[in-house]
Write a protein that binds this ligand. Structure first.
Ligand SMILES: C[S@@+](CC[C@H](N)C(=O)[O-])C[C@H]1O[C@@H](n2cnc3c(N)ncnc32)[C@H](O)[C@@H]1O
Length: 352
């Protein structure tokens, strides 16, 4: 169901004390290159940086995008909502999910994909997330969807998961592990909790082979995406693949799905386009939301700092559209990776 202005206002700032939202925005922005921040500080303080980002932005995501916080490949004639669901079903099929399997969703947001995939595949899914506010929202939505008996949430960092070794029949991550300060550390944790012979599939945010780290325009686009999406450092597709192999996985399949998506994934964010099915992302939609948030902030219903959040989310949208157009960035580098049945060779400890 579409969120109203009051839904948006009530969630602004997430679990941050309403009086602290403005200073949280200041602190968040200072982590990023666009505001003089550096990569090392973002990586060392990733928990604080990422949690501030999601406390500040989750209500905007729900208002403007829906319950699933990811992009999707899209066919002509398909609505944004339909494409998002199909993108989720596709990952479930690639993983070969079967009824009764015990599945882990790494970085589950408020559980949009978790509810859809659980109902699509009749699996029992645990959503792992380090953001308390999102878990509170997810629990409410799981009850509404009727999956609260078979699916649950665990509040924890995916760099140190509170699970025993070899417990999950399948693991997936949708546009989430890009928040990890180091891909190898994150993939190794996923490898550890997965049963031997079982698979991990993900959609990763990556810079592509067309990204030139010496090109100033490319650097600017990368920094805009990092600021607007709470990322310490966007890795390349090659770095992700290398980290998966070092973690011990066998690569079953990998592809950048952005390359041949009939409708560009960034279309809903492109202000030169008009779309009724993603009205709140269009130029007019953004203008209306901007003024709405300003008004809510002015009358004291939304906390001070809310407009600044809307503004860095717009920076993200601009960076994403530019990165997508130039094909230097993709939010849908997909892979299926298997933990070998025999795991006698210990995964490498090489840095990433
Ligand atoms: C872009 S959202 C995607 C959410 C969800 N997969 C979806 O598609 O709706 C990224 C998610 O990763 C979670 N996350 C980021 N860093 C994390 C960490 N270190 N441990 C656990 N979750 C994390 C965030 O809180 C957020 O829920």
């Amino acid at each position: 169901m579409a969120k109203t202005a009051m839904d948006l206002a009530s969630g602004l700032g997430g679990n941050i004390d309403k009086k602290e939202v403005l200073s949280a925005v200041d602190q968040y922005e200072k982590y990023h290159a666009c505001h003089g921040g550096d990569e090392q500080a973002r990586k060392e303080n990733y928990t604080d940086m990422v949690n501030k980002y999601y406390d500040l932005s989750t209500s905007f995501y729900e208002f403007g995008w829906g319950e699933s916080f990811h992009f999707a490949t899209r066919w002509k004639g398909e609505s944004l909502k339909e494409s998002i669901k199909r993108h989720e079903h596709f990952l479930a099929l690639k993983l070969g999910l079967q009824p009764g399997m015990k599945v882990l969703d790494v970085g589950c947001g408020i559980g949009g994909p978790l509810r859809e995939i659980a109902r699509f595949s009749s699996t029992s899914i645990t959503g792992l997330n380090n953001n308390d506010y999102q878990i509170t929202r997810g629990k409410v939505l799981n009850r509404v969807a009727g999956v609260d008996k078979t699916c649950d949430f665990v509040k924890a960092d995916f760099m140190k998961m509170p699970f025993s070794d070899n417990v999950f029949d399948a693991v997936y991550a949708i546009e989430a592990t890009c928040h990890a300060p180091d891909a190898l550390g994150c993939y190794k944790e996923i490898y550890r909790v997965l049963k031997p012979g079982q698979s991990f599939a993900a959609y990763e945010w990556c810079m592509t082979d067309s990204y030139d780290p010496k090109n100033e325009e490319h650097q600017k686009i990368k920094a805009q995406i990092e600021l607007g999406d709470g990322l310490p450092d966007i890795r390349t597709t090659r770095q992700c693949l290398e980290a998966l192999k070092l973690a011990g996985f066998e690569i079953i399949w990998e592809k950048d799905l952005a390359v041949d998506s009939p409708v560009s994934w960034f279309l809903p964010l492109d202000t030169t386009q008009w779309s009724l099915s993603s009205l709140r992302c269009t130029a007019l939609g953004r203008l209306v939301t901007r003024n709405l948030v300003k008004a809510l902030e002015y009358v004291g219903i939304a906390p001070q700092g809310s407009s600044r959040v809307q503004s860095f989310l717009e920076t993200a949208a601009d960076g994403l559209v530019a990165g997508g157009r130039k094909e230097i960035f993709t939010p849908m580098y997909v892979f299926v990776a298997r933990k070998p049945l025999s795991t006698s060779a210990s995964p490498s400890s090489g840095a990433q």
